[in-house]
Design a protein around this ligand. Structure first.
Ligand SMILES: Cc1cc2nc3c(=O)[nH]c(=O)nc-3n(C[C@H](O)[C@H](O)[C@H](O)COP(=O)(O)OP(=O)(O)OC[C@H]3O[C@@H](n4cnc5c(N)ncnc54)[C@H](O)[C@@H]3O)c2cc1C
Length: 348
């Protein structure tokens, strides 16, 4: 749960973390300035979904260009001690895992461009993408731009992120065995996270700023009935206390009837107020569901647009795990590869 170094992206040497450097992180430099701008396949995003897609596509000889964002590596760059990614029995730092995935993708001929995509034109072939005023073209695109957890916006929350502050109970709950924790939120996800955390924490404080939850009735009755969940309605977290790790939170009464913030001693704060899928770059070119996540066209990774495929958290709000995103990246690369082969066959 200690924070890894978040790389600075554009044109800079990438340091993906202070841990195991065996994945050639010191040589994994951005090729942004000299990168080619045309490829058969462009991959947007360099989290587990994008990099797994790159490994498969590169091994299939497609030499993909990965436009992976100014913060390459995705959400796992914000955490350490990833203990549930298969193949690492002792766990691995998030940044180290991402450095290994990146090195593996580069080894087979993927080109990395550590910039954000600003806009796209998917209305005709070739598909076009603009990033830092340069135009990239390809026959096929995999969109793997992930989702960003929403945070409370407190300075202390940012400082203690990875040091007791988390946005993922499935990922980090295990680290809070025998401690008291706070969950913030009022929807189904928050209530689910609170219930999940009761497996580890001695007590879960569920904090919601309103007087009623937005969750389903069944979830509400489960949390209300749970002996180890204490509800704090009409309360919001206004400060996370602790120097090296989270020690307590300050709760403010949102009705204004209590003038002094209440101190709650806890070892962890789980922020469960939602995620925002990173789709702005698409400018509405692909359909999204009510929560803003991209929608798949069928049981493959194909989108509504021929040649455009979707992978990872940008469409998946159900599982949201590195291994499921990686699995999706694999599927998208195989789908794109087949689509390109069929296109070749139909043209010959
Ligand atoms: C704090 C934390 C801890 C976690 N711990 C675990 C764990 O222990 N185990 C686990 O399995 N999962 C964990 N997760 C969840 C896991 O990180 C995600 O499910 C996974 O990273 C999703 O992968 P992805 O590739 O779909 O998206 P992301 O990892 O979100 O990557 C998206 C990529 O798209 C890029 N991007 C975004 N916008 C643009 C743009 N405009 N142009 C170009 N690129 C763009 C980003 O820079 C990034 O490279 C954790 C998540 C968080 C937040």
């Amino acid at each position: 749960m200690t924070e890894g170094k978040v790389p600075n992206g554009f044109g800079a040497a990438i340091d993906f973390g202070a841990g195991d450097q065996s994945a050639s992180t010191s040589t994994a430099t951005s090729t942004t300035a000299t990168a080619p701008t045309t490829a058969r396949l462009l991959i947007l995003g360099s989290g587990p979904a994008g990099l797994t897609a790159a490994i498969y596509a590169a091994r299939a000889g497609l030499a993909p260009i990965v436009i992976g964002g100014y913060a390459p590596g995705g959400q796992l760059m914000l955490t350490s001690e990833v203990e549930n990614f298969p193949g690492f029995p002792d766990g691995i730092d998030g940044p180290d895992l991402m450095a290994k995935m990146r090195a593996q993708a580069e080894r087979f001929g993927s080109t990395m461009v550590d910039q954000d995509v600003d806009r796209v034109d998917l209305s005709a072939q070739p598909l076009r993408v603009w990033s830092a005023r340069r135009e990239f073209q390809a026959e096929a695109i995999i969109v793997a731009t992930g989702a960003s957890a929403l945070w409370l916006g407190l300075e202390s929350e940012t400082r203690l992120r990875g040091r007791g502050v988390s946005a993922c109970a499935t990922c980090d709950g295990f680290f809070f065995k025998g401690q008291e924790v706070v969950v913030v939120g009022g929807g189904d996800t928050a209530l689910e996270e609170a219930l999940f955390l009761t497996r580890f924490a001695t007590k879960v404080h569920l904090v919601h700023r309103r007087d009623s939850f937005r969750a389903s009735k069944i979830m509400i009755s489960r949390v209300e009935a749970h002996p180890n969940i204490q509800l704090h309605m009409n309360r919001e977290v206004v400060e996370v206390l602790g120097e090296r790790s989270t020690e307590a939170v300050l709760l403010r009464d949102t009705t204004g009837s209590l003038s002094t913030p209440e101190r709650l001693a806890v070892g962890g704060l789980f922020v469960a107020i939602g995620h925002k899928p990173n789709t702005a770059l698409l400018g509405g070119a692909l359909p999204v569901d009510a929560a803003g996540y991209l929608q798949l066209e069928s049981d493959t990774t194909a989108s509504q647009i021929d040649g455009v495929f979707i992978a990872g958290d940008v469409h998946d709000h159900r599982y949201r795990q590195a291994v499921t995103a990686a699995g999706d990246g694999c599927r998208a690369a195989l789908d794109a590869e087949r689509w390109l082969a069929e296109r070749d066959a139909s043209r010959s």
